[in-house]
Design a protein around this ligand. Structure first.
Ligand code: NAG
Ligand code: NAG
Ligand code: NAG
Ligand code: NAG
Ligand code: NAG
Ligand code: NAG
Length: 560
């Protein structure tokens, strides 16, 4: 039997393998192909923290090293904190379950855009990403100056990308809403609840919240993140301003922790919801349901043969804040997290009573940021389940090659910038509103005679004309300056500039901002329940279709 085989592993064996793991990771940190600034790793086995170590640097400027207490943002691994917290709350109440309809908790004033979702949507639909509603990545990336009840109110303006419960569509805002559900069930803030119900009982005393780093002097032993880094020492750090949107979205991606605390968190999940003293923090059954595949997740790159020499990871589906699947035939429960330059992964191997957590502080490169995690998690999976390793020092550096070559990302094609706007710059000035996102403001700076935009908490920069009269570009300055420029269609009404339609990538809908819209104005589509599966995109956009990376990029910040 699998479990028997694993538990026969003797302690000296394990010690030797963990020493080999250390050597393996040290080698990984020197791979030419993959410069990593800093890395933190913890491994648990049979209720013990058997490995907790830092590698590389937590800050290139000060040269401080990462240790096993250096704080890293866990990104979307925070989603499992939200589902665990809800499991704790549901576990002690008879009147609510994963399948309670949201309006029974949030009250009759809570609504989605359509009647069907409003009457049917449950906590489970939020947590398993089943609503099919838009993600509003623009709002997420730029940040919104609202609280969680404000977000709950704005939910009625979120349009559908897919019909209800038909397609897995990852959604950060709905996890924040789930966090708000916990607030409404208890009358306490999410911040206080998570600390009282999960972090304190588990002894996760170093664990904090990302937005709090902005206060005072920030945290001590906190890793700086990097967008770019190479061995010549050239690097581009992220701005801490990027943490501001995470105040609202703590339940979706704002937890900050270290290797030792995350080991406590893994032991909690592997022990059926117990703290280190064996006391039940969350009912075992309720917690187990969060680990169980509930909905078929969008196909990711499943690491099945023929590419790979072993079954290196298969997805079964998404649970409640967890991706359930297998690795080399063993059950694996996993979640990744990307936030403000931190990239993390947590894997539980329940049959082996073990788990591994890793996080890096940069550089952020799509794919590359997740390779290092996959390599280490595979290695630890092999150790925990008693299998021979299929990666060696050479292939650990070349991974995913020689087995698979990552396709080059499609380059962003933006329209050419022109010298002049087709109309007076003052015509563009104004406040443009969107019910779900908030206001976008355009102002003319009379000193330098340039148009500037501002969106949300941290979105700001230049407005530029293009060779197309009805298309402008936004180029971010400040904390989001690394984001590629993004475009908008300019709509007119009575000869005046009236609307700005932000293009999105194919998985999201274009976002329309209208001049002078007050957030209290009725949404033009609101009077009737909105039942149409098709959301009208901006008019006349067929001629220009840009491969668009901005939303994709922001979406990456939190994706699984
Ligand atoms: C954490 O790191 C310290 C040294 O920084 C080390 O003494 C300790 O053993 C480590 N903890 C674990 C569980 O490995
Ligand atoms: C490091 O980055 C700089 C600037 O981006 C670049 O010119 C240089 O070639 C890079 N060096 C390596 C070894 O990649
Ligand atoms: C590493 O693994 C690859 C592929 O499995 C193999 O071709 C290579 O010979 C191995 N290298 C070493 C040094 O063992
Ligand atoms: C690039 O674009 C093509 C055509 O739109 C698409 O099929 C392909 O999946 C894209 N590649 C990537 C890496 O996104
Ligand atoms: C206008 O532009 C000038 C020059 O770039 C700058 O110094 C000034 O702060 C800007 N004013 C406002 C209100 O942004
Ligand atoms: C958005 O702008 C409108 C004016 O167009 C204003 O009435 C409203 O208060 C603004 N909303 C926010 C949240 O700033």
């Amino acid at each position: 039997m699998i479990v028997g085989q694993v538990s026969t592993m003797t302690s000296p064996d394990l010690q030797q393998m963990l020493q080999d793991l250390d050597t393996f990771i040290q080698n990984l940190m020197t791979c030419e192909s993959r410069p990593v600034v800093g890395l933190t790793v913890s491994v648990v086995k049979d209720g013990q923290t058997v490995f907790a170590k830092g590698y590389g640097q937590r800050d290139l400027q000060t040269g401080q090293a990462v240790d096993n207490r250096t704080l890293f943002g866990v990104g979307s691994i925070s989603k499992s904190f939200t589902s665990a917290l809800l499991a704790a709350i549901l576990g002690e109440r008879e009147d609510v379950s994963w399948d309670t309809v949201l309006t029974d908790i949030l009250g009759p004033s809570f609504r989605f855009r359509d009647q069907f979702r409003t009457e049917e949507a449950t906590l489970r639909d939020l947590l398993a990403h089943k609503t099919g509603l838009e993600n509003h990545a623009f709002a997420m990336g730029a940040g919104q100056d609202i609280d969680r009840s404000g977000l709950a109110r704005r939910m009625r303006y979120y349009r559908q990308v897919y019909p209800f419960r038909t397609f897995w569509h990852y959604n950060n805002a709905l996890y924040t809403l789930a966090g708000h559900v916990a607030e409404r069930l208890t009358g306490q803030s999410y911040e206080a609840l998570l600390r009282e119900r999960i972090l304190q009982p588990l002894g996760m005393d170093d664990t904090v919240y990302l937005a709090d780093a902005l206060r005072d002097e920030g945290f001590s032993n906190f890793a700086q993140t990097y967008l770019t880094y190479n061995r010549t020492g050239l690097s581009m750090p992220y701005s801490e301003e990027e943490f501001r949107p995470l105040k609202l979205h703590l339940p979706a991606g704002g937890v900050v922790s270290n290797a030792l605390d995350m080991a406590r968190y893994m032991k909690f999940h592997l022990s059926g919801g117990r703290d280190t003293a064996g006391r039940l923090v969350v009912p075992e059954d309720t917690l187990r349901q969060t680990h169980t595949a509930d909905f078929t997740a969008a196909p990711q790159l499943d690491k099945l043969e023929p590419y790979w020499p072993v079954e290196a990871g298969t997805t079964q589906g998404y649970g409640l804040g967890w991706m359930a699947g297998t690795y080399r035939g063993f059950r694996r429960v996993q979640h990744s997290g990307f936030v403000a330059g931190f990239a993390s992964l947590l894997s539980l191997y329940p049959a082996a009573s073990g788990g591994v957590y890793t996080s890096v502080n940069g550089p952020y490169t799509a794919g590359v940021a997740s390779d290092i995690h996959e390599i280490i998690h595979g290695m630890v999976g092999d150790i925990l389940t008693g299998k021979d390793h299929w990666l060696n020092a050479t292939t650990a550096c070349t991974y995913p090659e020689p087995w698979w070559t990552r396709p080059e990302p499609n380059s962003t094609v933006l329209p050419e910038i022109s010298d002049n706007f087709p109309r007076d710059k003052r015509d563009y000035e104004g406040i443009y509103g969107n019910h779900a996102t908030g206001n976008m403001t355009i102002t003319l700076n009379t000193t330098d005679n340039k148009l500037y935009f501002s969106l949300g908490l941290i979105g700001r920069g230049l407005v530029l004309p293009t060779v197309f009269d009805d298309h402008i570009l936004f180029r971010c300055q400040g904390p989001l300056a690394y984001v590629p420029a993004f475009g908008a269609d300019v709509g007119q009404k009575d000869g005046k500039v009236f609307s700005l339609t932000l293009q999105s990538d194919s998985s999201e809908l274009p976002v329309v901002f209208e001049r002078g819209l007050k957030l209290t104005d009725p949404d033009p589509t609101e009077p009737q329940w909105y039942d149409c599966a098709c959301v009208s995109a901006s008019p006349d956009r067929t001629a220009l279709s840009y491969t668009f990376t901005f939303l994709l990029f922001l979406a990456y910040m939190f994706t699984v």
